[in-house]
Ligand binder design. Structure first.
Ligand code: NAD
Length: 478
């Protein structure tokens, strides 16, 4: 385990000498004391990133060479997949199976952007007059990446991989609940041969280390994933220094089941849509919108299957649901469950905290029926294993209900009518729409939000845009 800050390819204690505890949410044990980075440490990391960015070595490094470094990092991470997955599982509480998928996705992300690094091109532009005009795509500079605790390694890779491919350098601030895999990843970067300062990690609090990164004059861009509330704060602060910002924020995604759908497939999709990763997933299909004529059938099937999703030891083979990330997160989800009951929703599965071997912040897979749009559990992001079922009549009703939210991250549509699927996909305001599927991702497919779910896209070729500036060069041929 690595517990010190990773700055300039070296491991250093926090300037203050302070540390904070990291807890395994499945056992409630303290598993590490990690360096508590603050303003001075952010200063040091930004200085290292800046000096690398301005160095001859980095500036003159070809895209092909950067791509080779990223590909090497992918190989190293892949060779250590089991170790990283175990660590991801023990600080986050997710099952080892889910953690392995996550590390595998980070490997894919590194490989994908390794391929992009030598394909970043400008254009030649025909203009009036005796001029040759071309554009160059230049790296933005030093990137501050701030990530949440739900997919710590993967969401970080969605930022640093395209940023490094574009020729930027990076200071990463992981969530304080889950700093361990980001810190360990420093070993991968150093072994791959990245020059000191290309990639740095400062663990610490959000309002301290995180805000110091956002305010730092040496940072050119903030790439943030987290809550909508903190995203707004970051946008306000970043505006003061004209920093570029991209935001991947919260969601309350509708998963729409029409009566003509393959109901068993839709039920399976609804279950993975909400219970994968214990519901601590930004794109979770937390609002299941069911056409009234099949509501009873869908709810009965859901409730029966949810009751079988028993939380267990995340490291044990076969466990299908792990522990929530922390006590405070579980308390917050329990509060939402209490509000759901109080506001008149009908609890049809789960609802209770669970202990595994007498410990841990586990929670049953929970399903509420008879939810109405004005209820709190239908409006607010719960970020836990709680599904709200609402019903609608007809296509128009589905679209109206789907869009009745501040958010716009993702949506699912289950129907056997492909024309209807396309019509609804056109009208749902969300960055990703899955038809007869839910929760699929690919490094090549852009991902991001509409409305309060943020702006900018991660993954795919589009993610590179967040880390590049266009420079237009005019040559007088007259
Ligand atoms: P959070 O906003 O509390 O924290 C996210 C990160 O920001 C952490 O590293 C935290 O330390 C830091 N932070 C907190 N306050 C800060 C401040 N004032 N200044 C700078 N940094 C600060 O979110 P969380 O609770 O860790 O994660 C859950 C949220 O993340 C949910 O809303 C979820 O939907 C969202 N999320 C979005 C996506 C996406 O791709 N859209 C993916 C995963 C999670």
């Amino acid at each position: 385990m690595k517990t010190e800050l990773f700055v300039g390819n070296e491991w250093i204690a926090a300037d203050s000498g302070e540390t904070f505890e990291v807890v395994n949410p499945a056992t409630e044990e303290v598993i590490a004391q990690v360096a508590k980075g603050g303003e001075a440490d952010i200063d040091a990391a930004v200085a290292a990133a800046r000096s690398c960015f301005d160095s001859e070595e980095w500036r003159k490094m070809s895209g092909r060479k950067r791509g080779k470094l990223l590909a090497k990092a992918a190989d190293i991470l892949q060779s250590r997949l089991g170790e990283f997955a175990e660590l991801e599982s023990i600080h986050n509480g997710k099952t080892l199976f889910e953690a392995k998928i996550e590390v595998f996705m980070s490997v894919s992300t590194l490989r994908y952007y390794a391929g992009w690094a030598d394909k970043i091109e400008g254009k030649t532009i025909p203009v009036e007059g005796p001029f040759f005009v071309s554009t160059r795509r230049e790296p933005i500079g030093v990137v501050g990446a701030i990530v949440p605790w739900n997919f710590p390694l993967n969401l970080a890779s969605w930022k640093y991989a395209p940023a490094l491919a574009a020729g930027c350098t990076v200071v990463l601030k992981p969530a304080s609940e889950t700093p361990l895999t980001a810190l360990l990843f420093g070993e991968v970067i150093a072994e791959a041969g990245f020059p000191p300062g290309a990639f740095n990690v400062v663990s610490g609090g959000g309002s301290t280390a995180g805000m110091a990164l956002v305010r730092h004059p040496g940072v050119d861009k903030i790439a943030f994933t987290g809550s909508t509330e903190v995203g707004r704060l970051i946008m306000q602060e970043a505006a003061k220094s004209n920093k570029r910002v991209s935001l991947e924020l919260g969601g309350k995604s509708p998963n729409i089941v029409f009566a003509d759908a393959d109901i068993d497939a839709a039920v399976r999709g609804a279950l993975t849509g909400i219970f994968y990763g214990k519901g601590e997933v930004c794109a979770a299909g937390s609002r299941l919108l069911v056409e009234e004529s099949v509501r009873e059938e869908v709810v009965d099937k859901l409730a029966a299957r949810a009751a079988k999703l028993i939380p267990g030891d995340p490291l044990e083979k076969g466990t299908r649901m792990g522990a929530l990330v922390s006590k405070s997160q579980r308390d917050s989800v329990l509060e939402y469950i209490a509000r759901g009951k109080k506001e008149g929703a009908r609890l049809v599965a789960g609802g209770n905290p669970v202990a595994v071997n007498g410990k841990g912040y586990f929670l049953e897979a929970t399903v509420f029926d008879d939810v109405t749009p004005e209820m709190t559990i239908s409006r607010e992001e719960i970020f836990g294993p709680v599904l709200s079922v609402l019903s609608f009549e007809g296509e128009e009703g589905a679209v109206e209900l789907a869009n009745e939210t501040l958010y716009g991250l993702a949506a699912g549509i289950w129907t056997s009518d492909i024309a209807k699927a396309h019509r609804v996909a056109d009208r749902v305001k969300a960055g990703t729409v899955w038809i007869n599927a839910y929760n699929y991702y690919d490094t090549a497919a852009p991902f991001g939000g509409f409305k309060a779910s943020g702006f900018g896209r991660e993954l795919g070729g589009e993610a590179l845009d967040a880390f590049l500036e266009t420079k237009t060069v005019w040559v007088n041929l007259g």
